[in-house]
Design a binder for this molecule. Structure first.
Ligand code: SAM
Length: 392
């Protein structure tokens, strides 16, 4: 077994509690792809254990600060801690969906496991989690309080390229016969765990969708970047007069249309397969106004260098959104770029308000649902910002 010795700078960084070791902070040491290795400071004092990557700039993802090597009991404890946190939050309702394991935030670096009903979908994003996949599935089965119908490996994210890993989609256990139907509050929707975004749905926005629906009753609603339209469906169920959905993905638009029918609100939901940026401008020019507008775009900044470009995107998007709001209407505006910090996002919203010539009050700045936990020593895990704004 190899070991990793940190530079003085690497040691100081580790003392901040951040769980990642960057390749430039390694003084000496090597290991195999995904190997669990001891980590030492420059004087050879133990600093813990981490999972090694032979190709990523994040060379080691720390697992423990203890000198003892993690064993089966240790990993079982990590999995149990994650699943029990969801169970005690009431998230294991068999008809619902939630994130069971949130990778580095839950102390199991690189591995995400979501649950749709009784189907579990895992997504591995590092050499360490790939190497441990079958072992983690075995532990999952031990700690889950129900027998899963199926376990799918949906490891096809683009971050795998940084780890020199191929994309992979396979069913590891049981079978999935067509779309899975799950429930979120009053809304039922179908999930495509093989082809949908992420592991099939954006579970992180779950509470924000339910929260946003409070502003919908009796109003015209616009759901931009709608994906499967869950913001729209909640708004319609809560008594919106009408809901316009804008989304460019064909399969998502089709699922949205079917969900509108399934939930008995198809007469009040319009689905437009279109580019949101153009559609928002055109609707403003036509003088349309909405009492609730949702702006939930994809990440505009994939790294810190892209933040300047992302700023232009967020300012312009929100300017267009604010222009479409009725007086005393609400805009729910999200950013899922972890590179855009919360204070930067609120500055972008301020610029958009100035350009739109509207008064904008930030009533609440929410984050992801708690099954996507924000580990405070890992700022990257605080990626989602969801601003609830009142417009004057
Ligand atoms: C963050 S997701 C939205 C999640 C959704 N609001 C939910 O709660 O499930 C962003 C969506 O924007 C769509 N999208 C990206 N760029 C777009 C564009 N220019 N016009 C329309 N849709 C776009 C993507 O296909 C994706 O479905």
């Amino acid at each position: 077994m190899g070991k990793i010795k940190l530079t003085g700078k690497g040691r100081r960084w580790q003392l901040t509690g951040h769980p990642w070791v960057y390749v430039d902070d390694i003084l000496e040491g090597q290991g195999e792809a995904g190997e669990l290795l001891p980590v030492e400071d420059p004087n050879g004092n133990p600093m813990g254990w981490g999972l090694f990557s032979t190709s990523s700039r994040i060379a080691v993802r720390m697992v423990t600060r203890s000198p003892e090597q993690p064993n089966r009991e240790f990993w079982l404890g990590r999995m149990r801690r994650a699943v029990e946190a969801r169970a005690s939050a009431g998230l294991l309702d068999p008809e619902g969906a939630c994130r069971l394991l949130a990778g580095d935030s839950d102390g199991v670096p690189g591995m995400v496991i979501d649950r749709y009903g009784r189907t579990c979908v895992l997504q591995s994003g590092s050499q360490g989690s790939d190497r441990m996949r079958d072992f983690l599935v075995e532990l999952l089965l031990e700690v889950l309080p129900f027998e899963p119908d199926a376990i799918v490996d949906r490891s096809d994210t683009s971050v795998r390229r940084l780890e020199n890993l191929e994309k992979r989609v396979e069913t590891l256990r049981g079978s999935v016969a067509g779309p899975i139907v799950v429930r979120e509050g009053e809304v039922e929707y179908e999930v495509d765990v093989f082809g949908g975004h992420k592991t099939g749905a954006y579970l992180d926005q779950r509470l924000n969708r339910i929260h946003a629906a409070r502003f919908a009753e009796g109003h015209k609603v616009l759901d931009a970047f709608a994906y499967d339209g869950l913001f729209a469906l909640h708004a319609a169920k809560a008594g919106a007069e009408s809901v316009v959905c804008l989304e460019q993905n064909k399969a998502a638009c089709e699922r949205l249309q079917r969900a509108a029918e399934r939930n008995g609100v198809a007469d009040r939901i319009e689905v437009h397969r279109t580019n949101c940026m153009n559609a928002l401008r055109e609707r403003a020019e036509q003088g349309e106004r909405y009492g609730l507008i949702i702006l939930d775009p994809p990440a505009f900044a994939r790294n810190r260098k892209e933040v300047a470009g992302a700023e232009r995107g967020y300012v312009e998007l929100n300017r267009r959104g604010f222009a479409l709001a009725t007086e005393a209407g609400h805009v729910v505006s999200a950013s899922c770029s972890h590179n855009v910090r919360p204070h930067e996002f609120t500055e972008f919203l301020a610029s958009a308000a100035r350009l739109a010539g509207r008064d904008v009050w930030l009533e609440e700045l929410a984050g992801a649902a708690p099954d996507h936990p924000y580990l405070v020593t890992l700022p990257e895990s605080h990626y989602l910002k969801c601003a609830f704004l009142r417009i004057g």
